[in-house]
Design a protein around this ligand. Structure first.
Ligand code: C5P
Length: 220
């Protein structure tokens, strides 16, 4: 199986409060996007496309290895992945879509996603259980309902797809649609999405505390 990956890295990362796009923020001295690409390559991906903020293309090119291709991202994550998909080689039979914001995703997670695709899944996501009590609140922040958590899962990346399935699902999606992940695009096209175990170390860096935790993780 030939697996290509799209790394969504075109976000601003305003919640991190950094002076540069989140994907270029250093973790132990290396930009987050470099860690994310390393994990994909170590897990079995052979071809990587990174979607970047157009104004920062040179900075990404300087940070990433020569074989990594860059494409301009869009205004939303959905638009960025759509652009990456157009560039992710037609010779690949599997495509993984990953967030640069998950820099320490263990290669084992990547390998589990690829293994599920190799055994016939058309779409697969890494997931973790929900450990906190989970509730629904009303407009005033008052608890309106509690959600049984046994069947709830938190969804991580990389998410893996049969390439033709993902291309068809994006083609069928409204141009203006904004979905938070790619499994939602495929589900909107009626394709079942399988799961494999995720990993807490694949946590997303969103706010400054997440970066502190990631620094501790690599210092161990
Ligand atoms: O904002 P959030 O952390 O959910 O973004 C997830 C990933 O999507 C990040 O790695 C970010 O760089 C990427 N993204 C993108 N294009 C956008 C917005 C976000 O590639 N327009």
């Amino acid at each position: 199986m030939h697996a290509a990956a799209i790394v969504a890295a075109a976000g601003s990362g305003s919640r991190l409060g950094a002076d540069r796009p989140k994907a270029l923020v250093p973790l132990a001295g290396r930009p987050l996007v470099c860690w994310a690409v390393d994990g994909l390559l170590a897990g079995g991906v052979t071809d990587v496309v990174v979607t970047v903020p157009p104004a920062e293309r040179d900075a990404f090119a300087a940070a990433l290895p020569a074989g990594v291709r860059l494409v301009d991202g869009g205004a939303t994550r959905t638009a960025s992945v759509r652009a990456g998909l157009a560039a992710a080689g037609p010779d690949a039979d599997a495509v993984l879509v990953h967030d640069a914001a998950r820099p320490l995703t263990p290669p084992d997670v990547v390998a589990r996603v690829l293994a599920a695709l190799a055994t016939g899944a058309r779409a697969v996501v890494p997931v973790l259980p929900v450990v906190d009590t989970t509730v629904v609140v009303d407009d005033d922040g008052v608890v309106a309902d509690a959600v049984p958590r046994a069947r709830l899962r938190r969804v991580q990346t990389p998410q893996g797809f049969d390439r033709a399935t993902l291309v068809a699902a994006y083609a069928a999606l409204d141009d203006a649609a904004e979905l938070t992940d790619d499994a939602a695009v495929v589900r909107a096209a009626g394709i079942p999405v399988s799961t494999v175990p995720g990993d807490e170390r694949a946590a997303k860096v969103t706010v400054p505390h997440d970066l502190t935790l990631a620094e501790l993780q690599v210092a161990r």
